[in-house]
Design a protein around this ligand. Structure first.
Ligand code: SF4
Length: 359
């Protein structure tokens, strides 16, 4: 059993079932997430026999192998091979204050599933079938193993890698619970963003967590007609249903919402779209992130995917200004790692990783 699969209360229960006191569970939890031990034999607060017993039946290792590719912009794409041979990716993005030349935050984009079932037409992962959900330990270990490899602290986590996090709700919610637990100093709930294409039942559940994370919505369309075509999940929960869930999330959590929006040339970047986006943005405190479209031609797109072309950078700037004119708040997001196929939310296991460095 992997001990990173248990939140604090579950660890206490596990120890209790084995006639061990609760304070031992607290020591283990602190060792795993405050001291960030990478091996059970390093938990020196435990007597030797207890360590040996734990090691006989448990582990904290999730991955068989880890490879990385470093981009010219400083971002790093990690490829993890799991115990069953399946692979996932995570992308490390360092942010700098240009004037001060200091590192202001380190964001990690992590995966929640192997593949994805949702078939968003602009997404490389969407061209893969869903193979399985990640377990909690595989989610947590992406963060801890990369911190260990880079000898740095991850300050922000975004669930925008492979998979739809809210279709793996139980394990994602448990990972959020562990990361934000008051016994660890891993991160505040405001530093974790769960990005969803619109899984409404899970948005409702997540709003009731004791420490809910920030919510980002992959919107990418302002009409049901267009969103139906590029994001089939819209046929299950349309924009009105989704917006009601978003309002409910804000009311319960008081956390500002982010809308992710890829402008596609001549398709969803019109002045009417700008007006509708501004209107959406004003419903609850929120911001729109405009994300330049990354080339997914290595996946050989067909159907509507073939017709999706990126808006030019000039048009994206104009579009942002139009949204602002109508009262919306907009950021044009930096792209990271385009030379290593590391676009967040658009990851797929490209075969172009032959230059990866094994670590
Ligand atoms: S954008 Fe997200 S939900 Fe849509 S196919 Fe890609 S990974 Fe799945």
């Amino acid at each position: 059993m992997n001990l990173r699969n248990f939140d604090y209360d579950e660890l206490v229960q596990l120890f209790n079932n084995n006639d061990l006191p609760a304070y031992r569970a607290e020591q283990l939890f602190t060792a795993l997430y405050s001291n960030k031990v990478d091996s059970l034999d390093k938990i020196t607060t435990f007597p030797k026999e207890l360590r040996a017993d734990l090691m006989a039946h448990h582990t904290i290792k999730s991955f068989k192998a880890m490879k990385k590719q470093v981009s010219v912009d400083g971002s790093i794409k990690y490829l993890f091979t799991m115990e069953d041979g399946k692979s996932i990716e995570a992308v490390f993005m360092p942010w700098y204050d240009d004037a001060e030349k200091t590192n202001i935050r380190n964001t990690l984009c992590i995966s929640s599933q192997v593949g994805c079932s949702l078939d968003c037409k602009f997404c490389a992962t969407g061209t893969m079938d869903l193979e399985r959900n990640l377990e909690t330990h595989e989610i947590i270990s992406q963060i801890l193993d990369i911190e260990h490899d880079l000898n740095t602290k991850i300050t922000n986590v975004v669930f925008m890698g492979m998979g739809e996090p809210l279709l793996n709700y139980k394990n994602v919610a448990r990972a959020v619970n562990i990361l934000t637990h008051p016994l660890t100093d891993l991160m505040s709930r405001r530093k974790i963003t769960v990005s969803t294409s619109g899984v409404v039942p899970s948005i409702k559940k997540m709003a009731n967590l004791s420490r809910p994370p920030k919510l980002a919505i992959s919107l990418h369309g302002t009409t049901n007609g267009f969103r139906d075509k590029i994001m089939p999940i819209n046929l299950k929960a349309d924009i009105t249903v989704l917006m009601n869930a978003v309002e409910d999330y804000y009311r319960k959590t008081k956390l500002n919402i982010t809308y992710e929006y890829i402008p596609f040339d001549g398709m969803n970047d019109t002045i009417e779209d700008a007006k509708r986006l501004a209107k959406i943005c004003k419903r609850v405190p929120s911001r729109i992130n405009l994300i330049p479209f990354n080339d997914i031609s290595f996946t050989e797109p067909t159907g509507i995917a073939e017709t999706l072309k990126p808006s030019s950078s000039e048009r994206i700037i104009e579009f942002a200004n139009e949204i602002r004119k109508f009262g919306g708040i907009v950021t044009i997001r930096d792209t990271f790692g385009s030379d290593i196929d590391a676009a967040c939310g658009q990851l797929a296991l490209s075969t172009r990783n032959s230059t990866s460095e094994e670590v």
